[in-house]
Design a protein around this ligand. Sequence first.
Ligand SMILES: Nc1ncnc2c1ncn2[C@@H]1O[C@H](COP(=O)(O)OP(=O)(O)OP(=O)(O)O)[C@@H](O)[C@H]1O
Ligand SMILES: [Mg+2]
Length: 255
Amino acid sequence: MGTTVVNVKDVQKVFGKRNENQYRALNGVSFNIQEGEFVGVMGPSGAGKTTLLNVVSTLDKPTGGAIQIAGTDITHMKQGQLADFRSEQLGFIFQDFNLLENLTVYENIALPLSLQGVPSRKIKPSVQEVAAKLGITNILEKYPATISGGQKQRAAAARALVHEPAIILADEPTGALDSKSAKSLMEAMVHLHKNHHVSIMLVTHDPLSASYCDRILFIQDGELYKEIFRKGSRNEFHQTILDALSEFTSPDEVE
Ligand SMILES: Nc1ncnc2c1ncn2[C@@H]1O[C@H](COP(=O)(O)OP(=O)(O)OP(=O)(O)O)[C@@H](O)[C@H]1O
Ligand SMILES: [Mg+2]
């Protein structure tokens, strides 16, 4: 048994104040992510996947339960502490990339380190290394507006990794990509996970992207409905995922 990177215990999230229309988006969710594990989160639209990712990523606070990341309880941290924790321990990849248009790819990737006050002579080798891993060394001096969607996504992945976070959190990172770019991003993530033991939590609607994971958590109506593990090949796991999706909801609801 490896080290636990994420420990989610009986997490609840109720939106809306008391006396208002309240909505229970998470209703007692518990799971662990081990160091180096690649975990997918799937489920119908509105199931609570993004809410779950947001509370794990400290962007939102749960209304009940506890979350530990790398041994630290994040549910009782103050805002200032949270900002430091986030910049040191977490890496984010969102659907819209969030690259800053007036910075080069190099500067975008360097950002998490610059924000932590790492001196530039130390930043350079880290950026070079992660860019090489993701195959984007040749576009480091370009601006985001001049590169392809797939290159933007890999630049965003490089930025999420450069500070060696405890975990990478990704919400639909392949959602806006064509199938070739989606495949290359998933392969880059698998490479990092396999060769560099990076832990990843990936929210996705896409069964093909999910088939790269070791394990999938299915969320429905704010609860953990089912969990499946990859045993055989990726093709076999893809089929297992499709079967699981059709079992708990009709396929046309899944998108
Ligand atoms: N800030 C908010 N205030 C009130 N309700 C919210 C808020 N954010 C989300 N919800 C509700 O919580 C539920 C879960 O939303 P969430 O965004 O987590 O779903 P999801 O599983 O990510 O869906 P999708 O697959 O469409 O992205 C939804 O019913 C949504 O309307
Ligand atoms: Mg969502």
